[in-house]
Design a protein around this ligand. Structure first.
Ligand code: SAM
Length: 276
């Protein structure tokens, strides 16, 4: 199948409008391969008909969702970017819980955007369990969202292969995972129960409207696929859902400097962190 540039651009614009994900022209083969799969599944022979279908005859976005399930890049693993997590655990979380405890506040809320197959929110759960003094006294909520429905199914199941758990410290592996009959690693229910998953497109106008008072937002390795305009829209929403003094963590290749001046910049243990 050929994917003429004209149709690539039409499809790329549609994806960008709806998701914020921005594809350069060098991604034409990546898109073509996945488009082909969806066209075969729907028995479309002409690209123009498929694009028309997405635009006009898919009001609930069912086919668009199937296409996005194939297109999103879901790479993730437990304890990814370890040194950043150390800053979160040893500086930001410590500071937050200390202040909350003194103020008799006992809730910790974390928003994990672009959570993929769940390794990141479960990592945060393990860190909270390890770091919070008097853990049972705290009310912990980790809300984890993704645009891709397939990854959310994997996240909810919470069973992983060797590649996902390669950076889990051995003592945590022992405490928080059990080995299944198939030799995979199942996350413990005590961690699973901290996380609520939701299917959500960060670019959706209504997304995050009802969210508020988060202590931390994690959005790591998601905005790299967006352009600056959509990055700004999403980061402004994150600002809105954080409480005063709440922190936002982006991936190491991502910086807020071009996107938002609203956050306070702090340097903690050689890491830049952003705080509302
Ligand atoms: C590379 S993974 C990052 C996973 C994890 N945050 C990490 O750092 O390991 C990026 C995830 O962002 C999700 N994503 C991309 N665009 C999104 C959008 N508009 N709304 C919600 N999730 C999105 C993708 O489906 C994918 O699972």
């Amino acid at each position: 199948m050929e994917l003429p540039l004209e149709y690539f651009i039409k499809l790329r614009n549609l994806i960008y409008e709806r998701t914020g994900i921005s594809y350069e022209e060098n991604k034409i083969y990546y898109i073509k391969k996945r488009l082909q799969q969806r066209m075969q599944a729907g028995e479309f022979t002409r690209i123009e008909d498929y694009i028309k279908h997405l635009r006009l005859f898919d009001p609930k976005g069912i086919e668009f969702q199937e296409l996005m399930n194939l297109l999103t890049v879901n790479e993730t693993y437990f304890f990814r970017e370890f040194s950043q997590l150390q800053v979160f655990a040893e500086a930001c979380l410590e500071e937050t819980t200390h202040a909350k405890w003194k103020a008799d506040a006992r809730t910790i809320k974390i928003f994990c955007a672009g959570c993929s197959t769940g390794e990141e929110p479960y990592t945060l759960g393990i860190i909270l369990k390890e770091m919070l003094d008097n853990f049972p006294a705290w009310n912990v909520l980790i809300k984890a969202v993704d645009i891709d429905k397939n990854v959310l199914r994997v996240a909810q199941r919470g069973v992983y292969d060797q590649r996902s758990i390669k950076d889990v410290p051995p003592s945590y592996l022992k405490s928080y995972f059990s080995v299944t009959a198939a030799g995979q690693y199942a996350i413990d229910d005590s961690i699973k129960d901290m996380v609520i998953y939701e299917h959500l497109n960060l670019m959706d106008r209504r997304a995050l409207r009802c969210e508020e008072n988060y202590d931390f937002v994690f959005c790591r390795n998601v905005l790299i696929y967006f352009d600056d305009v959509s990055r700004k829209q999403v980061v402004d929403k994150f600002y809105g859902i954080l409480r005063q003094g709440g922190f936002i963590f982006l991936g190491h290749a991502e910086s807020l400097s071009r996107i938002s001046t609203a956050f306070r910049i702090r340097r903690l243990n050689e890491h830049i962190v952003y705080q509302r």
